[in-house]
Design a binder for this molecule. Structure first.
Ligand SMILES: C[S@@+](CC[C@H](N)C(=O)[O-])C[C@H]1O[C@@H](n2cnc3c(N)ncnc32)[C@H](O)[C@@H]1O
Length: 156
């Protein structure tokens, strides 16, 4: 089952890229994880944060097909445990639909993206920097797959 991470943000610091790649490369063949980075809209060009997010949203939504399962990362979203994530991934594996996770840019995600999402998902009640969110999410996806596959990476 293909997992895609759409992230507003590019030219991340080396340690973010390295952290993300470390977990993405560990994903097994039946759960490949790919990253689609979207260049953030230019700030300070007379656009409000709302306009910037709306423009970014257009590009995010254009990258998603109609039958794709969408999870938007949001600090106000549902607070799943890793076990719950693993259970969800097991059920997703059955229907085989492509699953996309979306991480917003500096200002967050436009309401149109949250409306398109099947699920808003929180990693913490605290606001995290978007680069770190992709690393933590990749680690959690790898951990959840390790639970599904009884791999010793995850200890209870
Ligand atoms: C710097 S945050 C944007 C904060 C913005 N004020 C907001 O209200 O969303 C950038 C992106 O990182 C992700 N993010 C930040 N903290 C998060 C958290 N605790 N859980 C899940 N995603 C988070 C979200 O996708 C967010 O759009």
């Amino acid at each position: 089952m293909k997992l895609t991470l759409i992230a507003v943000g590019h030219k991340m610091p080396g340690w973010i890229d390295a952290g993300y790649k470390e977990f993405a490369k560990r994903m097994p063949r039946d759960f490949p994880l790919q990253l689609l980075e979207l260049k953030p809209d230019k700030r300070g060009s007379g656009k409000t944060a709302q306009q910037v997010m709306a423009d970014e949203a257009e590009r995010i939504l254009a990258a998603i097909s109609q039958d794709t399962r969408v999870l938007a990362l949001d600090e106000r979203g549902a607070n799943w445990t890793t076990m719950q994530l693993a259970d969800k991934m097991k059920t997703w594996q059955i229907d085989g639909r492509e699953t996309v996770f979306i991480i917003g840019g500096t200002d967050g995600l436009d309401p149109s993206v949250k409306k398109r999402a099947n699920q808003l998902l929180q990693l913490s009640a605290m606001t995290l920097p978007h680069g770190m969110v992709r690393v933590i999410l990749a680690e959690q996806l790898y951990r959840a797959v390790s639970i599904i596959n009884n791999h010793p990476y995850h200890r209870e």
